[in-house]
Design a protein around this ligand. Structure first.
Ligand code: NI
Length: 179
Protein backbone atom coordinates (compact mmCIF):
# COMPACT_ATOMS: atom_id res chain seq x y z
CA UNK A 1 0.00 0.00 0.00
CA UNK A 2 1.37 3.33 -1.07
CA UNK A 3 0.45 6.98 -1.07
CA UNK A 4 0.64 7.98 -4.71
CA UNK A 5 1.30 11.38 -6.26
CA UNK A 6 -1.85 13.25 -7.26
CA UNK A 7 -1.77 14.86 -10.69
CA UNK A 8 -2.60 18.53 -10.84
CA UNK A 9 -4.74 20.46 -13.30
CA UNK A 10 -2.78 21.07 -16.49
CA UNK A 11 -1.59 17.47 -16.70
CA UNK A 12 -3.09 16.05 -19.90
CA UNK A 13 -3.67 12.68 -18.21
CA UNK A 14 -6.52 14.35 -16.30
CA UNK A 15 -8.27 15.08 -19.59
CA UNK A 16 -8.56 11.55 -20.95
CA UNK A 17 -11.68 9.44 -21.29
CA UNK A 18 -10.90 6.61 -18.87
CA UNK A 19 -11.06 3.01 -20.05
CA UNK A 20 -13.68 0.59 -18.70
CA UNK A 21 -12.48 -2.20 -16.44
CA UNK A 22 -12.96 -5.56 -18.12
CA UNK A 23 -11.71 -7.91 -15.42
CA UNK A 24 -12.85 -7.71 -11.80
CA UNK A 25 -11.41 -9.14 -8.59
CA UNK A 26 -7.79 -9.09 -9.80
CA UNK A 27 -4.71 -8.41 -7.68
CA UNK A 28 -4.08 -5.32 -9.77
CA UNK A 29 -7.53 -3.89 -9.01
CA UNK A 30 -7.27 -4.61 -5.28
CA UNK A 31 -3.80 -3.04 -5.09
CA UNK A 32 -5.01 0.01 -6.98
CA UNK A 33 -7.95 0.43 -4.59
CA UNK A 34 -5.67 0.10 -1.54
CA UNK A 35 -3.28 2.72 -2.92
CA UNK A 36 -6.17 5.04 -3.69
CA UNK A 37 -7.54 4.83 -0.13
CA UNK A 38 -4.05 5.42 1.28
CA UNK A 39 -3.67 8.43 -0.99
CA UNK A 40 -7.13 9.83 -0.23
CA UNK A 41 -6.71 9.42 3.53
CA UNK A 42 -3.26 11.02 3.47
CA UNK A 43 -4.82 14.26 2.23
CA UNK A 44 -8.28 14.04 3.86
CA UNK A 45 -9.97 13.79 0.48
CA UNK A 46 -13.71 13.19 0.12
CA UNK A 47 -13.09 11.09 -2.97
CA UNK A 48 -10.50 10.14 -5.56
CA UNK A 49 -10.62 8.95 -9.15
CA UNK A 50 -8.01 6.65 -10.70
CA UNK A 51 -7.02 9.22 -13.37
CA UNK A 52 -5.90 11.55 -10.55
CA UNK A 53 -3.03 9.15 -9.85
CA UNK A 54 -2.40 8.66 -13.55
CA UNK A 55 -4.30 5.38 -13.93
CA UNK A 56 -6.48 5.40 -17.04
CA UNK A 57 -9.34 3.29 -15.69
CA UNK A 58 -12.98 3.88 -14.75
CA UNK A 59 -12.59 3.53 -11.00
CA UNK A 60 -13.50 6.00 -8.27
CA UNK A 61 -13.55 5.85 -4.49
CA UNK A 62 -15.43 8.11 -2.13
CA UNK A 63 -17.04 8.22 1.27
CA UNK A 64 -15.89 7.39 4.71
CA UNK A 65 -17.11 5.78 7.86
CA UNK A 66 -16.08 8.86 9.88
CA UNK A 67 -16.69 12.61 9.37
CA UNK A 68 -14.30 14.33 6.97
CA UNK A 69 -12.47 17.31 8.51
CA UNK A 70 -12.69 19.07 5.14
CA UNK A 71 -16.49 18.71 5.14
CA UNK A 72 -17.36 18.55 8.86
CA UNK A 73 -21.03 19.42 8.35
CA UNK A 74 -21.63 17.11 5.41
CA UNK A 75 -23.75 14.01 5.91
CA UNK A 76 -21.81 10.76 5.90
CA UNK A 77 -21.43 9.07 2.55
CA UNK A 78 -20.77 5.32 2.80
CA UNK A 79 -17.28 4.15 1.91
CA UNK A 80 -17.62 3.09 -1.72
CA UNK A 81 -15.45 1.71 -4.51
CA UNK A 82 -17.22 2.16 -7.84
CA UNK A 83 -16.08 0.71 -11.16
CA UNK A 84 -17.48 1.53 -14.61
CA UNK A 85 -20.04 3.97 -13.21
CA UNK A 86 -23.06 5.27 -15.06
CA UNK A 87 -24.96 8.29 -13.71
CA UNK A 88 -28.57 9.06 -14.60
CA UNK A 89 -30.11 12.30 -13.34
CA UNK A 90 -33.53 11.97 -11.73
CA UNK A 91 -35.59 15.02 -12.58
CA UNK A 92 -33.98 18.20 -13.82
CA UNK A 93 -33.40 20.00 -10.52
CA UNK A 94 -29.92 21.33 -9.91
CA UNK A 95 -28.21 22.44 -6.73
CA UNK A 96 -25.24 24.75 -6.29
CA UNK A 97 -22.56 23.65 -3.85
CA UNK A 98 -18.96 24.47 -3.03
CA UNK A 99 -16.38 22.03 -4.32
CA UNK A 100 -12.67 21.57 -4.12
CA UNK A 101 -10.46 19.00 -5.79
CA UNK A 102 -7.21 17.33 -4.86
CA UNK A 103 -6.03 18.06 -8.41
CA UNK A 104 -6.86 21.77 -8.04
CA UNK A 105 -5.28 22.50 -4.66
CA UNK A 106 -6.09 25.59 -2.65
CA UNK A 107 -9.19 26.61 -4.60
CA UNK A 108 -12.95 26.27 -4.23
CA UNK A 109 -15.78 26.98 -6.61
CA UNK A 110 -19.56 26.98 -6.59
CA UNK A 111 -20.65 24.18 -8.90
CA UNK A 112 -24.13 23.26 -10.15
CA UNK A 113 -24.89 19.52 -10.02
CA UNK A 114 -27.96 17.35 -10.46
CA UNK A 115 -29.79 17.37 -7.14
CA UNK A 116 -30.80 13.71 -7.39
CA UNK A 117 -29.21 10.90 -9.35
CA UNK A 118 -29.22 7.17 -9.81
CA UNK A 119 -25.79 5.63 -10.17
CA UNK A 120 -24.91 2.13 -11.19
CA UNK A 121 -21.65 0.26 -11.60
CA UNK A 122 -19.70 -2.52 -9.94
CA UNK A 123 -17.65 -3.07 -6.84
CA UNK A 124 -14.10 -4.48 -7.18
CA UNK A 125 -15.48 -8.04 -7.07
CA UNK A 126 -17.84 -7.41 -9.96
CA UNK A 127 -20.97 -7.22 -7.85
CA UNK A 128 -23.43 -4.60 -9.07
CA UNK A 129 -24.04 -1.31 -7.27
CA UNK A 130 -27.31 0.52 -7.86
CA UNK A 131 -28.18 3.52 -5.71
CA UNK A 132 -30.46 6.53 -5.85
CA UNK A 133 -29.05 9.44 -3.85
CA UNK A 134 -29.28 13.18 -3.43
CA UNK A 135 -27.50 16.06 -1.73
CA UNK A 136 -23.82 15.76 -0.85
CA UNK A 137 -23.68 12.08 -1.80
CA UNK A 138 -24.95 12.91 -5.30
CA UNK A 139 -22.46 15.78 -5.58
CA UNK A 140 -19.46 13.65 -4.63
CA UNK A 141 -20.38 10.94 -7.13
CA UNK A 142 -20.83 13.47 -9.95
CA UNK A 143 -17.52 15.17 -9.09
CA UNK A 144 -15.57 11.90 -9.01
CA UNK A 145 -17.19 10.46 -12.13
CA UNK A 146 -16.43 13.69 -13.99
CA UNK A 147 -12.75 12.78 -13.57
CA UNK A 148 -13.43 9.71 -15.75
CA UNK A 149 -14.52 11.90 -18.65
CA UNK A 150 -11.71 14.42 -18.36
CA UNK A 151 -13.75 17.05 -16.52
CA UNK A 152 -12.42 19.00 -13.55
CA UNK A 153 -14.90 20.99 -11.48
CA UNK A 154 -13.69 24.43 -12.71
CA UNK A 155 -15.01 23.37 -16.12
CA UNK A 156 -18.49 23.19 -14.51
CA UNK A 157 -18.35 26.56 -12.76
CA UNK A 158 -20.83 29.00 -14.31
CA UNK A 159 -20.31 32.05 -12.09
CA UNK A 160 -16.62 32.84 -11.74
CA UNK A 161 -17.37 35.41 -9.05
CA UNK A 162 -17.91 32.28 -6.93
CA UNK A 163 -14.46 30.77 -7.48
CA UNK A 164 -11.32 31.51 -5.52
CA UNK A 165 -8.77 30.55 -2.95
CA UNK A 166 -10.04 28.48 -0.04
CA UNK A 167 -8.15 30.56 2.55
CA UNK A 168 -9.82 33.73 1.26
CA UNK A 169 -13.32 32.34 0.74
CA UNK A 170 -13.41 30.30 3.95
CA UNK A 171 -10.88 31.82 6.37
CA UNK A 172 -12.06 29.62 9.24
CA UNK A 173 -11.43 26.35 7.43
CA UNK A 174 -8.66 24.03 8.54
CA UNK A 175 -5.54 25.40 6.84
CA UNK A 176 -3.96 21.94 6.72
CA UNK A 177 -6.83 20.54 4.73
CA UNK A 178 -5.56 21.43 1.31
CA UNK A 179 -7.88 20.35 -1.44
NI1 NI B 1 -11.60 16.02 -7.93
Amino acid sequence: MTVRDILKMGDPRLLRLAQPITEFDTDAIHLLVADMFDTMHAVNGAGLAAPQIGVDLQLVIFGTDAPNPRYPDAPLVPRTVLLNPVITPIGDAEEDGWEGCLSVPGLRGLVPRWAKIRYTGFDPYGDPIDRTVDGFHARVVQHECDHLIGKLYPMRVRDFTQFGFTEVLFPGLDADADD
